[in-house]
Every structure is written in C-alpha cells, then in structure tokens.
Design a protein around this ligand. Structure first.
Ligand SMILES: Cc1cc2nc3c(=O)[nH]c(=O)nc-3n(C[C@H](O)[C@H](O)[C@H](O)COP(=O)(O)OP(=O)(O)OC[C@H]3O[C@@H](n4cnc5c(N)ncnc54)[C@H](O)[C@@H]3O)c2cc1C
Length: 414
C-alpha cells in the first residue's frame, strides 16, 4: 500500500504503515521482529544499506508524516504521525540523521518559503538525499544570537556574505545551510537580520571540523569569505530574519525535547526502563537509594512523554510550537543527564575502562559524555528558564539595554 492510498482513520494509518514496512523490509527482518529474535535482526540489518533505506522511507512519506503530500510528506495529523513513529520504532528501522533539515529547516520553509523553494528543497531533505545544517551561532553570539555579526550585503540580484559561524552540526556533510546574517547594521539587532538558504559547496564557504569529548566531530566552524547567495534563496522578507529564525528555534526545541521523534531518550542503546534490568543483573536492585533514583528516572521519562503529547495536541489544534517546547527542552535535557549519570554509576568501574568488545559499556559512556551538551545545544537551560519565566509565568522581562540601539552602536569585543 502506498501513502496515496492511506485512508484517514488512526487504525487505517497504522495498517498502512505496517503493510508498507512488511513489504519493504527483508523477510528475515520482519520474521525477527515477529519472533523477537535479536541475533536474527542484527543479521537482517546488515542486508539493508542505511542511505538507501532512509531514501525509501522518505519517498514513501513516512520520514515526514505531517508534511503535505505535494512536498514529500504523508499529509497526516500530528497524532497520526505518532502512530507512524510508533510502528517505525517497533520495527526497529533506521531513521535519517538529517534532523536539522527534517525537524527545523523543513517546517521553516513550509511556513516562510516560496513555492519554488518548497518544490526544490523539501523532498530531497525528507529523502535523506540532501543533508542540512543550521548556521546561527557565532563566536560572539550564542544565547544572544540576535547580536550576530555575519554580514549580508545586497549586490543586485545577489547577496555577498562574510563572517564566521561556530558549533555548526553536520556542516561537514551538509548540502545546504539555514543562515541568518546581518543585512542592516543601522537597525536594532533584532530588526536588521535576513534569513537565507546557503549552498554549502559555494565558493568562499570553508568548513573546519571541531573534535568533541566523545571523540566524534559532529560540529564545525564555518567561514564565509564573500560568498554569493542569489536573492531567490532568501527565506522571508528582507529584515525579517529574526521572525523566520524564531520558527526554526521553536521547532528545534520540539525536536530536541524528543517530541519530534518517537524514540526519546535512550541509555546504552535501550529505553530508560531497561536500567531496572541492568540493576537487577548487577545485583544492585536491593539498594533502596538506587532503586528510588531508578524509579524517579522512569517517572520523569513518562513525564517527558506525556508533556510531549500535550505539545502535540497543541500543534494538532493548529498552534505553532510555543513556550511548551521550552518546558520539554529544559526538562528532557536535565532528565537525560540524570539518567546517563545513573547508567554510568550502575556500571561502576566497567565505565572507566572496558574491552572493545563491551558494546554496552562503550555506548553507555558515550551517552553520558554526549549528554553534557544537552543543556547547552538548542538554547541553554538558563535561557529556557528565562523564556519560561517571561512568557509562561509572566515575570518581568530581563533588562535589555541594547534592544533599541542600532546594532552598529552596541559595544562588542569583535
Ligand atoms: C552539541 C552542540 C551542537 C550545536 N549545534 C549548533 C548548530 O548546529 N547550529 C548553531 O547555530 N548552533 C549550534 N550550537 C550552539 C548553541 O546553540 C549555543 O552553544 C548555545 O546557544 C549557547 O551559546 P554559547 O555557547 O555562545 O554560550 P553563551 O551564550 O556565551 O553562554 C555562556 C553561559 O552564559 C549563560 N547565559 C548567557 N546569556 C544569559 C542570560 N541572558 N541569562 C542567564 N544566563 C545566560 C548561558 O546559559 C551559559 O551558561 C550547538 C551547541 C552544542 C553544544
């Protein structure tokens, strides 16, 4: 069954995605899921190429179930997308790592992009054929991203961009980036920004990878030396880049809170509840303090899920992601750090040195190290608390002495 034949009740959506999965996966994969045979599943997974699989998932519309069908989605409601994600998780299928594109760039282009931009960029993004990155943060502008310095100067039908970005996840393999640049330094900082789609292979774009403590190099510095961007790659009106960027950032919080995916947090490759099994296996279940912490972790994990359901209900009611994205982003980040610390503590000395063959220890420690970034990436926890204080609790706004000054007159170190 293809997406075009999908009828609209929840049960019919579930049947359609299951039918597609059973027809598209190798029969040994389907049999391994039916029987719960983990070893057979591992053998079956080796038969499927990751890139090719992600492309097929995208072509079927299941990678972006809520996008309109004409742009490569399945045209489903958010609650039905959750059903799709549940089944993809149940069948343990790989998903595209193109989350910056699918989770943030896509919704921004759907909301602000021209028809031409939607036709050109959305389907290859959903199909994992073109990877995207987000070029917002700079050495002098992270939390205060509206203060950024990268300049965009108009030259006829083109813009000439010069400056530097940092922490740009996936820039080293990205085809396109979402770029916010300063188009008018005479305006206050939020008003003189414009949003562009930049071709990461354009002359003048230089990407330098940064190594992080997990040993991976997920993110990069990106330098722009008089890079020419056609005006047709501008997203939204000139000077409205802050409003467009806000759409991207709201969707980022939803994506980072786990609301955009079904998998949520994972410990050593498994769900949080799995830690209970680990504690039992290691003979630690009798420790009442540890047991209490484990239960707290399981409860928090449920709270994240339920809050995400609430956010999905708000989207279903037609609202753009709002401050509730900040609640789940803040809570999920700190919860994940607590869970990863607990997982490492459970392993004890095994988490300090382990043989290469010990995948469980390797992935648990990697999860712990990676989780340190959770309270920084996508907006720090302090910034999330500011947003919640101001927009949800109605507390007085943080003093901002530079808000109305022309950007060029704001003192800065560079
Ligand atoms: C793993 C990872 C991936 C990332 N990927 C990307 C990416 O793909 N694209 C991208 O553009 N950026 C990316 N970032 C950058 C990220 O958005 C910034 O690191 C983040 O916004 C914080 O900015 P900063 O690092 O400049 O810290 P700063 O803004 O300099 O903050 C330093 C400290 O001061 C605190 N602080 C700052 N302002 C306030 C305030 N007003 N009130 C209270 N406390 C405050 C902060 O909470 C923090 O503790 C990534 C970061 C990480 C860690």
């Amino acid at each position: 069954m293809t997406v075009t034949e999908v009828p609209r009740t929840d049960e019919q959506v579930r049947q359609a995605v299951v039918a597609w999965l059973r027809a598209s996966l190798p029969p040994t994969w389907v049999a391994a899921i039916d029987t719960g045979d983990a070893a057979e599943l591992q053998r079956a997974r080796a038969l499927v190429g990751y890139d090719e699989w992600c492309a097929r998932l995208g072509e079927a519309g299941w990678a972006t179930p809520t996008w309109p069908r004409e742009y490569g989605g399945a045209g489903l409601e958010p609650s039905q997308a959750r059903i799709v994600n549940e089944e993809l998780t149940r069948y343990k299928v790989p998903r595209s790592f193109n989350v910056i594109g699918i989770g943030m760039g896509g919704p921004t282009i759907l909301h602000w992009g021209t028809e031409e931009q939607r036709q050109r960029y959305l389907a290859p993004m959903a199909q994992h054929r073109e990877i995207w990155c987000q070029l917002f943060s700079e050495p002098g502008a992270g939390s205060d991203v509206a203060g950024l310095s990268t300049r965009a100067v108009r030259d006829g039908d083109e813009w000439v961009v010069s400056g530097q970005k940092v922490w740009t996840t996936l820039a080293h393999i990205a085809s396109f980036g979402m770029l916010v640049a300063r188009s008018d330094p005479d305006q206050p900082k939020h008003k003189g920004l414009t949003y562009f789609i930049v071709d990461m292979k354009a002359p003048g774009v230089e990407v330098r990878p940064l190594r992080q403590m997990t040993g991976d190099a997920e993110f990069n510095e990106v330098f722009f030396a008089e890079v020419r961007i056609p005006d047709s790659a501008r997203v939204g009106p000139v000077g409205e880049g802050w409003a467009v960027a806000t759409t991207t950032l709201m969707n980022e919080r939803v994506a980072l809170s786990g609301a955009g995916s079904a998998s949520g947090e994972s410990v050593g490759g498994g769900p949080v509840d799995g830690l209970v099994g680990v504690a039992r296996k290691l003979g630690r279940w009798g420790d009442p303090v540890l047991r209490q912490r484990l239960m707290q972790a399981v409860i928090e994990s449920r709270v994240v899920k339920i809050t995400n359901f609430r956010a999905a209900a708000a989207r279903r009611a037609g609202r753009q992601p709002g401050p509730e994205g900040s609640i789940t982003k803040l809570f999920a980040a700190e919860h994940n750090q607590r869970v990863q610390e607990l997982a490492v503590e459970l392993l004890g000395a095994r988490a300090m040195a382990w043989p290469r063959s010990d995948d469980e220890a390797g992935s648990t420690v990697r999860g712990f190290l990676r989780s340190r970034a959770n309270t920084i990436e996508g907006g720090t926890s302090e910034i999330m608390r500011n947003i919640l204080g101001e927009r949800v609790l109605g507390l007085p706004k943080e003093p901002a002495v530079d808000r109305d000054l022309p950007w060029k007159d704001i003192p800065r170190s560079q």
